[in-house]
Design a protein around this ligand. Structure first.
Ligand SMILES: Cc1cc2nc3c(=O)[nH]c(=O)nc-3n(C[C@H](O)[C@H](O)[C@H](O)COP(=O)(O)OP(=O)(O)OC[C@H]3O[C@@H](n4cnc5c(N)ncnc54)[C@H](O)[C@@H]3O)c2cc1C
Ligand SMILES: NC(=O)c1ccc[n+]([C@@H]2O[C@H](COP(=O)([O-])OP(=O)(O)OC[C@H]3O[C@@H](n4cnc5c(N)ncnc54)[C@H](O)[C@@H]3O)[C@@H](O)[C@H]2O)c1
Length: 443
């Protein structure tokens, strides 16, 4: 039987965060991966998404900025081949990094036999500490014809662009798929069961994005759900709860994700989980103190995002050598929706500020007249800054623009460093750039 100081179940970004930290601390570490090294992020999430998005973005920029009579079409087959090359190479590098640093890798499905033992490919492994980093899978729906439904990951790895595609859910993944597919020439329909798209983001900025996508031809069906799908000679016939019918070629779900816990035999290890994921306390220990859970599989009360999974992984990697003795403390939240244009937020949100008007003031600024936005025809670009009324410091920001993901990171640095206008003006930056616009927009 092989024995380790730490076994990590799951070779995604969270698992890598723990394993590489623990290894750097001199521990003997094993990582077990059952499917693809790099997990969701590398294989079905942000890596393939951002490759496809680059093409859609270039197409949109060409259309908006060149005044050309026609825009060349995206060659989806070649784009897909390039995407697969990048994904494959990234996954290979992911595994190679473990091996280069001395982490032992296993390929196969891991399951607990007790709180210190895990079985993989019939082999029993033992460890003092075990970290569960098994991620999550797409939420499934069940209705007549639901066997024709694919997951969002299938869109990001598709070989062909469907002519007509339908997305279930109007969340963070749906908006990225709708933006990419629409720009690449597909007819897109988004079905959202209630009236709220991109829950948690400023509804006014979300309405701008929805209106923008509608104007480009995306159909939104709010307050509706798909009730049945049937195969026809021409594709799939969709019937909704409100009895609307339409034809489509592919249906993708983007309805949220459920923790991967079912086949780990957690009961053998004394680890409790709920529908939210594996129960963890504030130092990410499960109900069995030698076992931790991190990333998308843990019910830790934070967004299920790659940056949180990595942060939790590093925290646990440190705790394994010397218990930190204090709860995990998360940095200020910073997130982006990779739609065209993008939405991004940092710190206190507009919705939180609106709920506490005595505490926060919201300052809204159009960005459209700044050169960086003019040159990109980004004429809807907007920024909302949240100001703490007591000390007049900026504590949050939301941005709607083609480059919102970049600006939000710059704003996040200013917010976290509590940078004053005077200090910002002392900074010497390359001009003209998105960063130098900050001279004019910071309060
Ligand atoms: C389409 C999409 C786009 C996204 N885009 C972004 C983004 O832009 N920014 C962002 O921050 N986040 C994004 N996310 C979220 C991000 O991908 C996840 O938060 C992140 O992957 C979580 O990392 P993890 O290590 O917890 O899980 P995962 O990356 O899912 O890794 C878990 C690994 O564990 C393996 N595993 C599971 N069970 C077992 C077992 N029993 N034995 C062995 N191995 C097992 C799985 O095969 C998997 O490889 C996106 C997600 C999706 C689906
Ligand atoms: N840029 C990023 O940071 C990024 C990008 C993609 C994914 N992610 C991560 O992936 C997770 C999953 O994303 P997602 O877009 O699948 O989930 P989501 O929670 O963002 O959105 C799901 C949407 O589907 C709706 N919905 C639920 N049931 C429905 C039904 N039957 N019919 C129609 N609509 C229905 C929900 O109301 C919600 O609006 C996110 O929570 C996030 O953690 C992050």
């Amino acid at each position: 039987m092989s024995a380790f100081d730490v076994i990590v179940i799951g070779g995604g970004v969270g698992g890598a965060g723990v394993a590489l930290k623990a290894q750097a601390h001199g521990l003997k570490v094993a990582v077990i991966e059952q499917r693809d090294w790099g997990g969701t992020t590398v294989n079905r999430g942000s890596t393939p998404k951002k490759i496809l998005l680059a093409a859609a973005e270039a197409h949109r920029q060409f259309r908006l900025t060149t005044f050309a009579a026609t825009t060349p079409a995206i060659d989806w087959a070649k784009l897909a081949a390039y995407r697969d090359t990048v994904v494959t190479q990234t996954a290979v590098n992911f595994k190679a990094r473990f091996q280069a640093t001395g982490v032992t890798t296993y390929e196969g499905h891991a399951e607990f036999t007790d709180s210190h033992h895990v079985r993989v490919n019939g082999q029993l492994l033992q460890a003092d500490k075990i970290v569960i980093a098994t991620g999550a899978h797409p939420f499934e729906l069940s209705f007549p014809g639901s066997q024709w439904v694919q997951h969002s990951g299938s869109f990001f790895r598709s070989e062909q662009l469907p002519v007509r595609l339908t997305i279930l859910g109007a969340g963070i993944i749906a908006m990225a798929i709708a933006s990419i597919a629409n720009e690449a020439g597909a007819n897109v329909t988004v079905v959202q069961h209630d009236a709220v798209a991109l829950r948690g983001y400023d509804p006014e900025l979300v309405a701008r994005l929805v209106a923008d996508l509608k104007q480009r031809g995306v159909i939104f069906r709010f307050n509706d759900e798909v009730a049945a799908l049937a195969q026809t000679n021409h594709g799939l016939q969709v019937t909704t709860r409100t009895n609307a019918t339409f034809e489509t070629d592919a249906v993708y779900t983007a309805l949220g994700r459920t923790a991967n816990v079912a086949d780990l035999h957690l009961e053998q290890a004394g680890v409790i989980y709920t529908s939210q994921g594996i129960q963890v306390e504030e130092q990410l220990q499960t109900t069995q103190s030698s076992i931790y859970a991190i990333g998308d599989c843990a019910a830790a009360g934070v967004p299920k995002l790659a940056n949180y999974a990595i942060y939790q992984g590093k925290y646990v990697g440190d705790s394994l050598v010397a218990p930190v003795g204090f709860p995990i403390k998360y940095p200020m939240p910073v997130t982006a929706v990779f739609s065209l244009p993008r939405l991004a937020q940092a710190g206190v949100t507009v919705l939180q500020a609106q709920a506490e008007p005595d505490k926060y003031q919201i300052k809204e600024k159009s960005l459209a007249h700044w050169l960086n936005y003019q040159r990109q025809h980004d004429d809807q670009a907007r920024l909302k800054l949240i100001i703490n009324r007591q000390n007049q410091l900026v504590v949050g920001a939301e941005v709607y623009s083609a480059t919102a993901d970049e600006l939000i990171n710059e704003l996040a640095i200013l917010i976290q460093q509590r940078v004053s206008v005077a200090r910002l003006h002392d900074l010497f930056l390359a001009y003209p750039s998105v960063a130098t616009d900050l001279y004019g927009i910071w309060v």
